[in-house]
Design a binder for this molecule. Structure first.
Ligand code: FAD
Length: 399
């Protein structure tokens, strides 16, 4: 199965893009693919159907392979390039978007804010354990009434002597029910009444913190998604991230995570294409292989061209990240393009499999359903359109 997938991947690479990757990049890609072939692919359809996955065990395995916070330097992190991180995300998401989400949230949304905005003590305390997967983190920004517009959040923190007291709640929090720590963004009220969005590292064992699993999901089922509630959660001074002040703190974390997503979504698309290519070669309709019909070949040609264009854009953004020249607008374009391209490919591949396309025996509808979440989180497609529209016209149409 693994060999078959690799052969199909090579068949899709009509522009020989693989040759432009470095040996290190290919080695990280291959190690991630091997882990997925061994630890995830044989089980993920069942996890998806059950709506549960052994996330803690997977975190340890990902940590052992060096995937957690891999693009960060020091504190037990692998310190790879952004492109290598992106290639790993492709392999993770080719298995399932839920597994890639587990790794993205840990590395880019929970570890990155500590790495970037934390004190030296916070970094020492948390990052090595998070890199190994022993400590799992989550990122709480969205609330039930504040998603695309996080500045309207209601969660509040106030100073009380040497402590902070946190009240409010967060919704749709990946890893929320399995995490040891939550990086929570709240409006901190100062004594003069002014408010600033600040980040807090909240141990999930703190009294007043509760996490409830979000149920009835029809997408990203192989992922823990939580609703967090903070009821007078008392935190020490050491919980505040000292260097993140204002909305730019959480937004910079999202830009990091989107780099993983704009690669990762293409992994789901690639897996659909590989499965569809194998399927049309063996499925006979009207006396001939499905692959021999012009309509089939047109779909395959269009999908592979769209996939290749999106992959090149992702690589360009990854290389710009490594060169230090990336901008949030570039990342928005990549996130918008990759997720839209991937979901269209998944839906078209679904048609090629006919009734089998809707079966959990094949991964295609699972990927398509997962991509609905990927299209929505980390800035919806519409929000990224508005970011690009603002860059093009100089006019903000956000509201
Ligand atoms: P809304 O903001 O209510 O948007 C509804 C619709 O309005 C969308 O189509 C949107 O594009 C559109 N819209 C919004 N603003 C405008 C505008 N100005 N003009 C035109 N249209 C507009 N959040 C976290 O903090 N941490 C996580 O770990 C996390 N994990 C997630 C996991 C899953 C499976 C999902 C589904 C979500 C997760 N999220 C997480 C939340 C996610 O980031 C939000 O759902 C997302 O930001 C959209 O917010 P919303 O759902 O409130 O939609």
């Amino acid at each position: 199965m693994a060999e078959q997938s690799s052969a199909a991947s090579a068949r899709l690479d009509l522009l020989n893009i693989d040759q432009t990757l470095t040996d290190d990049e290919r080695a990280i890609r291959d190690a991630t693919r091997q882990l997925m072939d061994k630890a995830v692919r044989p089980h993920v359809a069942d996890w998806y159907e059950a709506g549960a996955l052994p996330a803690r065990e997977l975190a340890l395995q990902c940590g052992e392979t060096g995937l957690l916070g891999m693009h960060l330097e020091g504190y037990g992190c692998a310190g790879t390039s952004a492109v290598a991180y992106g290639l790993a995300c492709i392999e993770l998401e080719a298995a399932d978007s839920g597994i890639r989400s587990l790794v993205s949230v840990q590395g880019s949304l929970a570890m990155f804010p500590i790495w970037k905005y934390g004190s030296e003590e916070q970094k020492q305390q948390y990052l090595p354990g998070m890199a190994s997967g022993e400590i799992v983190g989550c990122f709480g920004l969205t609330e039930s009434d504040a998603g695309s517009d996080p500045s309207s959040m209601r969660t509040r923190a106030r100073r009380d002597g040497e402590s902070f007291v946190l009240d409010g709640g967060k919704m749709w929090i990946t890893n929320g029910t399995i995490a040891d720590i939550a990086v929570v963004w709240a409006k901190l009220t100062e004594e003069d009444g002014s408010e600033q969005i600040r980040g807090f590292i909240v141990p999930t064992s703190t009294p007043g913190f509760t996490a409830r699993e979000v149920t009835h999901k029809l997408s990203l089922r192989a992922s823990a998604t939580g609703e967090l509630t903070f009821d007078s959660v008392r935190l020490g001074r050491e919980s505040l991230l000292p260097d993140a002040v204002g909305l730019k703190g959480p937004l910079s974390c999202l830009t990091q995570a989107r780099t993983g997503i704009l690669f990762g979504a293409l992994g789901a698309a690639r897996d659909c294409l590989e499965v569809a290519l194998d399927y049309v070669a063996t499925r006979t309709v009207f006396g001939s292989p499905l692959a021999s019909f012009q309509l089939t070949q047109a779909k395959l040609a269009d999908m592979t061209t769209a996939f290749t264009g999106a992959y090149l854009m992702a690589l360009h953004i990854g290389r710009a990240t490594d060169a230090g020249t990336v901008t949030p607008t570039m990342v928005s374009m990549g996130k918008l393009n990759s997720t839209r391209t991937a979901i269209e490919i998944a839906r078209t591949c679904r048609t090629l499999l006919g009734a089998n396309g809707i079966s959990g025996e094949y991964p295609i509808l699972r990927h398509a359903n997962n991509l609905e979440s990927v299209l929505t989180y980390e800035g919806t497609a519409e929000v990224h359109q508005l970011v690009l529209g603002r860059a093009l016209t100089g006019l903000s149409a956000f509201g």
